[in-house]
Structures are given as structure tokens and as C-alpha cells.
Design a protein around this ligand. Structure first.
Ligand code: COA
Length: 257
């Protein structure tokens, strides 16, 4: 199995599990990831997802480079489209996702993590876009999402040098939100995911959508989009419960409706 799955409360933990190849992403990983997302999206018991890597050395050391040997102009395009669709699905999922980066996070590993809502890292995390060392370029969103997160200066340095940065630098440039000792990483990721999964689900999904879509629009349109999502939130049962609970000075009991 290229993926391991575990449920903790309302959080689904998905572990990339090819430690012999530092959890590099191959065809089987993508097939299992697609199937996992099918199940997670349908399952009301899951409020949020955590992604991490098996072992203590690597989150994901990129695409499995063996797959690149036979690609040509057409098959590389099909491969990129399929992977971009899969990453987009995570980015647009109503369920938030946290990448718990526990070691090497390279190439497609960075690109995958950029599709998650939040990235946190262990002290041994290393980040890089080493594609230029292979004579290719990032093709799963790296040239686009990285500069939107950390700015064009750092995106250019990472992508054009192919060099790795350490966890401290990743923290400083905003590639990760938090830096933890390795033994505490997963617990912290699950804790963040539990917080998100325990809130009013529709509100979380609407807020996520407003941030995501808004980032792809000019400000004036983004603000209009935010208003539309805000209006929709007023239709939810959880809005009545949340506002009512506050005024009655009690904890809300959200139903995700
Ligand atoms: N694809 C396929 N196999 C990979 C891989 C990848 N992206 N990354 C690591 N592996 C494999 C290695 O080939 C090695 O397999 P082997 O034991 O059968 O020889 C195993 O994982 C362990 O890696 P190794 O290189 O021995 O570990 P290391 O600690 O010396 O170096 C890295 C770690 C991450 C620096 C190095 O493996 C590396 O540069 N990997 C490629 C990263 C990359 O370019 N990713 C982007 C792809 S677009």
C-alpha cells in the first residue's frame, strides 16, 4: 500500500508510504490518493485531513523519477493534467488539509503541500524544487502556487537554483506556519485539523472557498465573492446554533448543516 490511513476523531491521517523511495509519488500513490479522497469526501465523520510521510526521513521526495524515463510531449502533458486535477481537488475540498512535513519535501512534495491549507514542519524538514537538476521544471503547480505563497523572490531562488532550504528558512519565508520537534509534529497537525474539523463545517468550507477563489480574482471581485459566501452562511442551521449559543453563553453544538 502506497498510502496508510488512520482516523483520529474527526481527522483522517493519510501517510505516504513508500519509505524505500523516500515516499516519492508514483502511479500507485496517485490511484490510492484518488480513492482515498472519494471516501473522505463522502464520509461525514471526517472534518479535516492530515498528510504526512512514513518514517522519520522524508515527507515526499518528489515524483518518482523512474516515471520520467519514458514520458514524451504528449504523455507528460496527460500526466501533469491528471496530477494537477488531483491537487486541485485537495485545494478545493470543503474539508481542510494540513501537511505535516517530516523530512524531505521536494519537487512534487512541495507542490502537493502547496495544495493543502496549512503546512507545518519538523526540525529536520528540507524543502526544494530540484527539477532543474533533472532538466525539467516544476509541472504540478510549483511555478504558480509557490510564488503566490512565499513571493516571487524566494520562488525564483528555489526553482532556479534547485537548492534545498532548511526548516528555519521555510518558517521565515512562510512556507510553513509552525516548526516543531519531530516527535510532536503529527500531534500538532492533528490538533490543528481537529480545531478546523470541530467548527461549523459549512462555515469552514465557505471561508475556505472565499479565500481560495478570492486569491484568483482582482480585489473588488474577491470582496463581492466573499459577500456571496457570507450570505450563504446565514442560511445554515449552524449559524443559528452558533449565534444562539453565544448569546445564551453556552458551547455550540454544530451539526454541519
Ligand atoms: N524518485 C525515485 N526514487 C527516489 C526519489 C525519487 N524522487 N528520491 C529518493 N529515491 C530513492 C533513491 O533512489 C534511493 O533508492 P535506492 O535505495 O534503491 O538507491 C532511496 O530513495 C533513498 O534515497 P537516497 O538518495 O539513497 O537518500 P539520500 O539521503 O542519500 O538522499 C535525497 C536523499 C532526497 C537528497 C535524494 O534521494 C534525492 O535527491 N532524491 C531526488 C529528489 C528529487 O529530485 N525530487 C524531485 C523529482 S521531480
Amino acid at each position: 500500500m502506497a498510502l496508510l490511513r488512520e482516523r483520529r476523531g474527526a481527522v483522517e491521517i493519510v501517510t505516504f508510504n513508500r519509505p524505500e523511495a523516500l515516499n516519492a509519488l508514483n502511479r500507485q500513490t496517485f490511484e490510492e490518493l484518488e480513492a482515498a479522497l472519494d471516501e473522505i469526501e463522502r464520509d461525514d465523520a471526517v472534518g479535516a485531513m492530515v498528510f504526512t510521510g512514513a518514517g522519520e526521513k522524508s515527507f515526499v521526495a518528489g515524483a518518482d523519477i523512474r516515471q520520467f524515463v519514458d514520458l514524451d510531449v504528449w504523455t507528460s502533458g496527460e500526466f501533469a493534467e491528471r496530477t494537477l486535477r488531483l491537487f486541485r481537488r485537495i485545494e478545493e475540498s470543503p474539508k481542510p488539509s494540513i501537511a505535516a512535513v517530516n523530512g524531505f519535501c521536494l519537487g512534487g512534495g512541495v507542490e502537493f503541500s502547496l495544495s493543502c491549507d496549512v503546512r507545518i514542519g519538523a526540525e529536520n524538514a528540507r524543502f526544494g524544487q530540484p527539477e532543474v537538476n533533472l532538466g525539467i521544471i516544476p509541472g504540478w503547480g510549483g511555478t504558480q502556487r509557490l510564488q503566490r505563497l512565499v513571493g516571487p523572490g524566494w520562488a525564483r531562488q528555489l526553482i532556479l537554483t534547485g537548492d534545498m532550504i532548511d526548516a528555519q528558512t521555510a518558517l521565515r519565508i512562510g512556507l510553513i506556519n509552525e516548526l516543531l520537534p519531530q516527535p510532536q509534529l503529527l500531534e500538532r497537525a492533528v490538533q490543528i485539523a481537529q480545531r478546523m474539523g470541530g467548527r461549523a463545517r459549512r462555515a469552514v468550507a465557505l471561508a475556505k472557498q472565499a479565500i481560495q477563489r478570492g486569491a484568483e480574482m482582482p480585489l473588488a471581485e474577491g470582496l463581492k465573492y466573499e459577500t456571496a459566501m457570507w450570505q450563504i452562511a446565514f442560511e445554515s442551521e449552524d449559524r443559528r446554533e452558533g449565534v444562539g449559543a453565544f448569546l445564551e453563553k453556552r458551547e455550540p453544538k454544530f451539526k454541519g448543516r
